[in-house]
Design a protein around this ligand. Structure first.
Ligand code: ZN
Length: 424
């Protein structure tokens, strides 16, 4: 099984962007763990109101101070270059250089993350405290990059299930050396795919997409309009390795099954968590939940993007994200998927008064004949609400009991022919 933090450590130095070799190298690293298919979409391809951009690649970049010392060096940290910078090699004064320098005065010792995908320019990022120390004089700047026709790359892995109804797991993979956003998502999604591939039965088909943010989901949706109606549930996964509790951003539908499933699992965990309503900002859920698609796709995070001080700075590093939090995120996602796989509606076959549980060995059958925990109250709740209208999630929510107890009760009642499956 994938060691998530080790995998992140391997991916960390790569300079990723929305296109180019850094993204491809990352996809090939994922292919070492799951059989990801790579797709290339040529620059200039129209995708809804957008166009697939030119491909960007970078080899080197630096700024030399008046005394000839390299004071900003891409080889030291790839956040030092504004992502998508066009090539440049010139000498300029500090005053002329400054409009091309970006800092974050709120976190003056970190390098901020800046991009300029849709405006051709160049720039460097540095700690604010370093900027304050720069002296007047002649600076030499050099960026060895290319921005030319090429393609946008994305990776896709489809894990077939019993039906062609799909669960979409989407993960933006375009950030350079930033760990929580977005390497944690890549590692957890890859592990999740491995774990699901091992399961003997899958009701749903699972589709994992590793895409550049925004333009990637727009491109994927433009090329897969026929798939969209089959997507029953979906999650955008990002920022899943930090010490904060889980934050779940609901889909635009608000009460989709995925929304109810995640809330149930977070509630069942008994751990602090946050549920937030959909809003049209954030990551690729914006595209999946645009009104023309309105897919049941939520966003699963720990600390919310933009809300933790390390966000989009060099402090979002290998120390900030830790293995136990990655594992906790993975286990919670597996629990959510277990709900999606097992949630269904049953009909009580003995609805007029309670069936006599004692003669079936179901009364006080705590622990019962199987290794499953059987709870007496859960049996009563399931019998009462198995009316063909309420699904197991409804019953768990209404009873205030853990989903696992409700599901176990339903399974044992079905084994005793007291329940019949109505529908998924
Ligand atoms: Zn980001």
């Amino acid at each position: 099984m994938l060691k998530m933090h080790d995998f992140i450590t391997e991916l960390y130095p790569i300079c990723r962007s929305i296109t180019g070799d850094g993204f491809r190298t990352t996809m090939r690293a994922i292919q070492q763990h799951i059989p990801l298919q790579l797709h290339e979409v040529p620059s200039g391809t129209p995708v809804f109101d957008w166009t697939v951009p030119k491909e960007w690649n970078i080899r080197d970049a630096w700024v030399k101070a008046p005394d000839g010392r390299k004071i900003i060096d891409f080889q030291q940290h790839n956040l030092h270059v504004v992502n998508y910078s066009v090539p440049v090699h010139e000498h300029l004064s500090l005053a002329d250089l400054k409009p091309h320098l970006f800092t974050n005065p709120d976190y003056p010792d970190t390098i901020p993350y800046r991009t300029s995908y849709y405006k051709e320019t160049w720039g460097f990022c540095l700690p604010h405290n370093q900027l304050l120390e720069l002296e007047e004089g002649d600076y030499e700047v050099y960026i060895d990059s290319t921005l030319e026709d090429g393609s946008l790359t994305y990776g896709e892995y489809i894990l077939p299930g019993e039906t062609d109804e799909e669960v979409l797991i989407s993960c933006h993979s375009c950030h350079p050396s930033l760990v929580n956003d977005n390497l944690s998502g890549i590692a957890v999604a890859t592990s999740l795919a491995q774990r699901l591939a091992q399961q003997v039965r899958r009701r749903y088909t699972y589709r994992f997409v590793f895409i550049p943010g925004t333009i990637g989901s727009i491109t994927w949706l433009a090329l897969h309009e026929e798939v969209a109606p089959r997507i029953r549930h979906g999650l955008v996964i990002t920022c899943v390795g930090d010490p904060g509790g889980v934050t779940y951003k609901k889909s635009r539908r608000d009460t989709a099954e995925i929304d109810r499933a995640v809330q149930q699992i977070l509630c069942d965990s008994g751990e602090p968590h946050k549920i937030i309503d959909f809003f049209p900002y954030g990551y690729d859920e914006r595209q999946y939940c645009s009104p023309g698609f309105n897919l049941p796709v939520g966003a699963f995070m720990r600390s919310q993007h933009g809300q933790f001080p390390e966000y989009h700075t060099s402090a979002d590093n290998l120390d900030f994200v830790q293995q136990p939090y990655l594992e906790d995120s993975l286990e919670k996602l597996l629990a959510v998927i277990d709900v999606l796989e097992t949630n269904c509606r049953y009909v009580n076959q003995n609805p007029k008064c309670e069936p006599q549980l004692g003669k079936r060995g179901l009364y006080g059958a705590i622990g019962g004949q199987s290794d499953k925990v059987i709870d007496q109250m859960a049996i009563l709740w399931v019998l009462n609400f198995a009316d063909g209208e309420h699904d197991l999630l409804d019953i768990a929510q209404r009873s205030g009991m853990r989903y696992e107890l409700i599901r176990n009760a339903a399974e044992i009642l079905a084994e005793h022919d007291l329940l019949k499956l109505r529908s998924r």
